[in-house]
Design a binder for this molecule. Structure first.
Ligand code: ATP
Ligand code: K
Ligand code: MG
Length: 687
């Protein structure tokens, strides 16, 4: 069984696999360590990853990229609208407010959701691993940005499931990076925690995390982010600059031409990379549009001036991460810079001014997320034994709950899971109710979530349940903020007590509807899994006058009651299995096309190979008549391959090959018999 970590970035995906001697990054079918996050729908099959990126230019409208920007989001979000304007494929608003992608495939229009497209990427990566390892895989850990909402987290889990994977956890990108940094390090001072800042600048986003390290453990102190600030924004600055320049100089408007835009954008990205290593760089594109060749040139300082606004914005989440962690820059031991977008030299200067020290690049900038995820997967999987290492992550959003539309107030600040709450965590609430009721999860502080995110998360109906007497029942509800950072009602039960003191109950009843008994627990997944955690040392209990001391004389019965969940914008079970079915079909179609290509190639090479052998190796084993007959058939097959047989079914190629073999086999056998006879003679002579 393989243990795998995935980094599905906006531009690049990385696969890390745990081996006995450490973590390896897997090469894709182009022998690259990074696989483009691209799905292209060809005429007869999909092209995924590198193959997708290779066919993107020929087929821009049927090529889906940057799906990380779209998954689990609303079509109407301004941010989404801005992204969609830059993406060449067609989209529309789904009935639930989500996004639908429309494209031509197999001669008709198909519609896919971002979850389905993400699933295609997962399936491709899974395929790459299975081809490489020659064993099926399912267990994995997947990197996600810390700013992902509950719905986006669920969407990633759904996509992985559609692809046939079993995610053991979603892990915040920077937490994975911090794990790959901390687990091998043994030189942390014992005098106290070491604070490290991780800054990840990718294609579309910037994430900052401050972690505290001690021997054998690591704790996340803060996660901050800028969801729309990454390498692509720097490309866009160059794009805007040259689009304006070319309009003036060549009288062409690249904005009006999809292909020209794509080509100029790609050229600007290249230019940006050249500027990371050189003080100046030229830009040349032949026949950009209207049959005009264009030429440009830029100095690194001018690029930095153009992007000064972006550079300034990188400092914002950095300062905020310090503030949220309650630390000053002096307290930070080191700043680790990762993500390929961070290779722009000016980024280092911004970080130096915020953290008062130069950032370091001790980690592999493009692989650390996948490597950390693979390590976490090994830690969670029973297959591997990893050294004891505690990872304590937290969630960057406050999540509150409503009871029948009124906020439930618990804890010191009144929020059930405040920002910085460790994941996983469990809260047990006790309610006195006479009939079914609703609990609703919501983001308690809109300023913490990215702009445009709806505060409504999900709704849970608790019940129906039977009340044995006329009194209200005591209902215990267990709410989980799980290892993935997803919140849900895990279970609910009616607690029936017999021989209860009725006067005590009277007191409790009068506190309704806010009579809430809350127990908190957090820690590793194993610890949380075993029950209500009432004996946990990490619990904090705000008890009520509901007769705690009298439980001894009572007989208690617990009756599980149904919980019905409604995830706003989420997939139903039926939709999930429909998507799985569809992905299987699409995969099947790709495989058929791949096999067809293989069979066609096999037939082609057989023709060349036999023609050659017929007049050389096999010459003396065939009569003139046989040779002529076979030769004619080989020629006919070759002609067919270039004509009617150019685009045939797998069966057509196989049966042609069979026909040829029937003619050639007798001759081949004669040759083999003779070879065997000669070999036997040689052996005989040797002894
Ligand atoms: P995200 O983390 O935003 O989802 P990702 O993980 O796919 O995206 P990365 O692979 O970390 O992103 O970074 C891709 C970005 O890095 C691209 O914008 C690319 O242009 C940029 N990049 C790569 N090499 C360089 C370089 N030498 N100089 C500047 N930028 C670079
Ligand atoms: K990546
Ligand atoms: Mg990334």
């Amino acid at each position: 069984m393989s243990v795998v970590g995935f980094d599905i970035g906006n531009e690049n995906c990385v696969i890390a696999v745990v081996k006995q001697r450490g973590v390896d990054v897997l090469l894709n079918d182009e022998s690259k360590r990074e696989t483009p996050a691209v799905v292209c729908f060809g005429e007869k099959q999909r092209f995924l990853g590198s193959a997708g990126a290779a066919s993107a230019m020929m087929n821009p409208k049927s090529t889906v990229s940057q799906v990380k920007r779209l998954i689990g989001r609303k079509f109407s979000e301004p941010d989404v609208q801005r992204d969609l304007r830059m993406l060449p494929f067609q989209t529309s608003e789904a009935p639930d407010g989500g996004i639908l992608i429309h494209l031509k495939y197999l001669g008709e229009t198909h519609t896919f959701t971002p979850v389905q497209v993400t699933a295609m990427l997962f399936a491709h990566l899974k395929d790459l691993i299975e081809k490489n390892q020659e064993i099926p895989i399912s267990d994995c850990v997947i990197g996600i940005p810390s700013y992902f909402t509950d719905l986006q987290r669920r969407a990633y889990l759904d996509a992985a499931t559609v692809a046939g994977l079993k995610p053991l956890r979603l892990m915040h990108d920077c937490t994975a990076t911090a794990l790959s940094y901390g687990i091998y390090k043994t030189d942390f001072p014992s005098s106290g925690p070491t604070y490290v800042a991780f800054v990840d600048i990718g294609h579309c986003d910037t994430q900052v995390t401050i972690a505290s390290f001690e021997a054998g453990q690591m704790k996340i102190l803060s996660h901050t982010f800028e969801r729309s600030l990454g390498g692509r924004d720097f490309d866009e600055v160059l794009f805007g600059h040259f689009a304006a320049e070319f309009k003036e100089q060549y009288r062409i408007d690249v904005y009006s031409n999809v292909k020209a835009s794509i080509r100029l954008r790609a050229a600007c990205e290249k230019l940006k990379k050249v500027l990371s290593a050189n003080a100046e760089a030229p830009l040349n594109i032949e026949c950009l549009m209207d049959e005009k060749d264009v030429k440009g040139f830029i100095k690194r300082e001018d690029f930095e001036t153009l992007s000064s606004g972006l550079l300034e914005r990188i400092g914002v989440p950095c300062s905020k991460a310090l503030a949220d962690a309650g630390l000053t820059a002096e307290k930070i031991h080191s700043v680790e810079l990762v993500g390929s977008g961070s290779r722009i030299p000016a980024v280092g200067r911004v970080l130096t001014s915020v953290f008062r020290k130069e950032p370091r690049r001790t980690l592999n900038a493009s692989e650390c997320v996948a490597r950390g995820c693979a390590l976490q997967c090994a830690m969670l999987s029973p297959v591997f034994r990893v050294r004891e290492y505690e990872v304590q992550d937290s969630i960057p959003f406050s999540i509150g709950f409503l009871l029948d539309e009124a906020p439930i107030c618990t804890g010191s600040n009144g929020i059930l899971f405040p920002k910085g709450q460790p994941i996983p965590s469990v809260k047990v609430l006790t309610f006195r109710r006479s009939s079914s009721f609703h609990l609703e999860a919501f983001y308690a502080n809109p300023s913490e979530v990215p702009a445009g995110v709806s505060s409504k998360i999900s709704c849970f109906k608790i019940g129906p349940f039977q009340c044995s007497h006329s009194e209200k029942a005591r209902v215990k509800v267990k709410i989980q903020l799980d290892l993935n950072g997803v919140v849900f009602v895990e279970s609910a039960m009616v607690i029936e007590e017999h021989g209860d003191d009725s006067s005590t109950r009277g007191v409790a009843d009068s506190m309704d509807p806010m009579d809430i008994d809350c127990v908190t627990a957090s820690g590793s997944s194993e610890a949380v899994a075993d029950g209500f955690q009432e004996s946990s040392s990490m619990q904090s209990k705000s008890s009520h006058a509901s007769g705690d001391g009298k439980r001894d004389n009572k007989s208690t019965r617990r009756l599980e009651i149904p919980v019905t969940e409604n995830i706003y914008g989420g997939m139903t079970k039926a939709e999930l299995s429909e998507a799985q079915e569809k992905e299987l079909q699409l995969g099947q179609q790709d495989r058929i096309m791949e096999q067809t290509k293989d069979k066609k190639n096999a037939l082609e090479s057989y023709v060349y190979d036999m023609r050659n052998k017929l007049f050389n190796t096999y010459r003396s084993f065939a009569s003139d008549e046989e040779r002529e007959g076979i030769s004619r058939s080989l020629q006919q097959t070759e002609d067919w391959l270039y004509d009617d047989g150019e685009d045939e079914t797998e069966n057509a190629y196989t049966s042609k090959l069979e026909d040829l073999k029937k003619m050639v086999d007798p001759i081949e056998n004669r040759y083999k018999d003779e070879e065997a006879r000669l070999q036997a003679t040689r052996d005989l002579l040797k002894c």
